[in-house]
Design a protein around this ligand. Sequence first.
Ligand code: UDP
Length: 225
Amino acid sequence: MDGALDRIEQLVEKGGPHLLATVNPEFVMRAQRDRDFARVLDEADLCLADGVGVVWAMNRQGCSIDGPVAGVDLVHPLAALCAKRGLRLFLLGAAPGVAMELAAQLRAANEGLAVNAHSGGPEPENDVDTLHRIHDHHADVLLVAFGAPAQEMWIDRLKNRLGVSVAIGVGGAFDYLTGRVPRAPRWMRRARLEWLARLVRQPWRIRRMAVLPVYALKVLRSPRA
Ligand code: UDP
């Protein structure tokens, strides 16, 4: 996490636009068949390992990494960094009211934090309104919660018009952080079973998660470094 925050700080200092992705096994599997998504991930300025599945694959392939940096865990430390460095934060996505509620929560936790929010949507008809709000706030850091791959494709499509230094896709993070979707109990997170808790609470994920055994097989079959 410290390393990720350092990198993000460097990217902000360089000026934007930079795209950051929080990659989980579902991303990797989708990128195998979706060339556009694969290109966007390839071109991303920083890909963080969102979960133990990606950390495992990286370690197996000779890329040493201590642990995951999930999008949901990044939000609070990043908000603290923004408050400390005077960077302006914008939260985009999730159901109406969710991002606003999270913004209020982050404001209360970080004195002086300039944060604004909007639910918006990834469809092009929302672009003018959404861009207007982001520009109005003079945002430096943008968190986008449209779910993957919509959020990464949205950032890629509008990258040069956002006016932010860093834009990060964070999936369902706003729902977790405002308690709309409960997170796994601590013991399950420690036992690296968060994926199982997700499945029990949101059974419709089974279809999306069906790619996980295929992912595991692909990793096991890939050449070991
Ligand atoms: N979402 C949105 N607009 C859309 C589709 C999805 O704001 O058109 C939001 C949705 O409300 C949720 C997030 O995108 O907050 C996706 O969450 P999910 O848990 O599916 O993402 P994951 O973390 O699994 O990528």
